[in-house]
Design a protein around this ligand. Structure first.
Ligand SMILES: NC(=O)c1ccc[n+]([C@@H]2O[C@H](COP(=O)([O-])OP(=O)(O)OC[C@H]3O[C@@H](n4cnc5c(N)ncnc54)[C@H](OP(=O)(O)O)[C@@H]3O)[C@@H](O)[C@H]2O)c1
Ligand SMILES: *[C@@H]1O[C@H](CO)[C@@H](O)[C@H](O)[C@H]1NC(C)=O
Length: 385
C-alpha cells in the first residue's frame, strides 16, 4: 500500500513539474523581448540534466524550483494592456523622441509629444502622420512656464484617466571639446537641459504618476557611466540625471511608481548637430578661451575639434529597434528592469568602466581611440580616391 502511494506521489510530482516546465516554455516562446529558441532549448537541457544526473526526488525538486523562479521572472516580463494609457515624452522634434512618439502612438498609447518648437517640421510631421490621439505640446524643458502649461494641458485632456508615464528624453550634446576648453556657458546649458530640465518636468508631473502608480523613464546615456573624452559637459549632466533617477527609484517605490534609467549607446540622430550649429558653438568656444590656454593647445588643435563631431556618425547605429523595444518594455512590462542599455557594446563598456582598475580601463580606451582614428583615416582616403 505504502509503496503504491509513494509511486503515485512520485508520478504526480513529476507531472506537476513537467506541466510547470511546459508553461515556462510557452511563456518563453511568447516573450515580448524576442529571445528566440535558445532559452527554450536550455530549459529542456537543464531539465534532462537534473532528472538524469541526480536521485529522482532531488532532480525533480531542483528542476521544479528552477522552473518556479523562471516562471515568476517571466510573469513580470509580461506586458500590461495598453488601453490608450497616456505617456508624455520630451524632445520629440527629432531623433529618439520623435521616433518613439510615433512608435508608442502605433502601439495604441495616448502620446503627449513635447517639442521645443511646436511650429517646426518635427511637430508638423507628428501631427500629419500620427493618430488623432497624439497631442503635440510646446515644451522647452528649461522654461518653467511651459512646463506648468504642459501640466495643465495634460490634466485637461486626460482628466481622471490619468497619466501613466513620463519619458524625459530631451537632451543636448554641446560642442565636444576637451574639458578645459569647453566654455562655462556650455556646461551650464548642458546642465539646464539634460539635468535641471528633466528634474523640473519630473517634479511637476509626479503627482500624476503617484496617482496612476506609473512609470518615470529617464533617458540618460552610456556616457553617464563611462568616461569618454571630449564629452565632459554632456556626460556630467547625464551622470547627475542618473543619480537623481536612482535616488527617486528608492523614494518613489512606496508610491508604487517605478523609475527606469535608459543608457543608450550611440544611435544616429541629430544630436551631433549641423555645420551651422558647430560654427556658432566653435565661435562661442574661441571667444571664451583664455589666450594662454589657446596658445598651449594651439589654434589648429581647437579648429580641428570639429573633425571629432564630424566623425561621430561613424560610431552610430541607425537601427533604433533595440532602443524602441527597451523603452516600450520599460513603459509596459509588469516588472520593468531598473536599467536598460540598448546599443552595441554598451553594457560591456559600462561593466568595464565599473569593474576594471582605472589604469587598465584608460589603456583600453586609448587602444580603441587609436583603432578608431585608423578606421576614420581609412574612410577619408577611400573617399578621396
Ligand atoms: N543619439 C545617441 O546616440 C544618444 C545616446 C545616448 C543618449 N542619448 C540621449 O537621447 C536623448 C535624445 O537624443 P537624440 O539622439 O534623439 O538627439 P536629438 O535628435 O538632438 O533629439 C533631442 C531633442 O530634444 C530637443 N531639445 C533640445 N533642447 C530642448 C529643450 N530645452 N527642451 C525640449 N526639447 C529640447 C531637440 O530639439 P531641436 O532638434 O530643436 O534642438 C531634439 O528634438 C537625449 O537625451 C540624448 O542625450 C542619445
Ligand atoms: C517661456 O515660455 C513662455 C510661454 O510660452 C514664453 O512667453 C516665454 O518667453 C518663455 N521664456 C523664455 C525665457 O524663453
Amino acid at each position: 500500500m505504502g509503496i503504491v502511494f509513494s509511486e503515485v506521489a512520485a508520478w504526480l510530482y513529476l507531472a506537476v513539474t513537467v506541466a510547470l516546465g511546459g508553461t515556462v516554455l510557452c511563456k518563453l516562446e511568447k516573450s515580448p523581448r524576442q529571445v528566440g529558441r535558445g532559452p527554450s532549448y536550455l530549459v529542456g537541457l537543464w531539465g534532462a540534466a537534473c532528472l538524469l544526473s541526480l536521485p529522482f526526488y532531488y532532480g525533480v525538486t531542483l528542476f521544479f524550483l528552477s522552473c518556479s523562479l523562471l516562471y515568476s521572472y517571466l510573469a513580470g516580463q509580461e506586458l500590461l494592456p495598453v488601453h490608450h494609457k497616456a505617456v508624455l515624452i520630451t524632445g520629440c522634434d527629432t531623433g529618439i523622441g520623435h521616433v518613439l512618439s510615433k512608435y508608442l502612438d502605433e502601439l495604441g498609447f495616448t502620446v503627449f509629444a513635447g517639442v521645443l518648437n511646436e511650429k517646426g517640421p518635427g511637430a508638423e510631421e507628428l501631427r500629419r502622420s500620427c493618430s488623432s490621439r497624439l497631442c503635440v505640446i510646446q515644451l522647452d524643458v528649461t522654461n518653467s512656464t511651459q512646463i506648468r502649461e504642459a501640466y495643465s494641458k495634460v490634466l485637461e485632456k486626460v482628466q481622471d484617466r490619468g497619466l501613466w508615464a513620463v519619458i524625459n528624453n530631451a537632451g543636448i550634446l554641446g560642442f565636444p571639446a576637451d574639458g578645459e576648453l569647453i566654455p562655462m556657458s556650455d556646461y551650464r546649458q548642458c546642465m539646464a537641459v539634460n539635468f535641471l530640465g528633466a528634474v523640473e518636468v519630473t517634479k511637476t508631473l509626479l503627482p500624476f504618476l503617484r496617482r496612476s502608480k506609473g512609470r518615470l523613464v529617464n533617458v540618460c546615456s552610456m556616457a553617464a557611466g563611462v568616461p569618454l573624452q571630449k564629452l565632459a559637459a554632456y556626460s556630467s549632466s547625464k551622470a547627475a540625471l542618473m543619480m537623481f533617477s536612482g535616488v527617486l527609484r528608492q523614494e518613489l517605490s512606496k508610491w508604487g511608481v517605478k523609475v527606469i534609467i535608459i543608457q543608450p549607446g550611440a544611435f544616429k540622430t541629430n544630436i551631433a548637430g549641423t555645420n551651422e550649429m558647430w560654427n556658432k558653438l566653435e565661435k562661442n568656444l574661441l571667444d571664451a578661451l583664455d589666450p594662454e590656454v589657446q596658445k598651449d593647445y594651439g589654434r589648429d588643435y581647437v579648429l580641428a575639434l570639429r573633425n571629432f563631431v564630424r566623425s561621430l556618425p561613424l560610431m552610430c547605429s541607425s537601427d533604433f529597434s533595440p532602443l524602441l523595444l527597451d523603452i516600450s518594455h520599460a513603459v509596459s512590462a509588469k516588472s520593468p528592469f531598473a536599467v536598460y542599455t540598448p546599443g552595441k557594446g554598451c553594457y560591456l563598456w559600462i561593466c568595464l568602466a565599473s569593474f576594471l582598475p582605472a589604469s587598465v580601463f584608460d589603456f583600453l580606451k586609448k587602444i580603441e581611440l587609436g583603432f578608431f582614428k585608423k578606421m576614420k583615416n581609412g574612410k577619408h582616403t577611400a573617399l578621396q580616391k
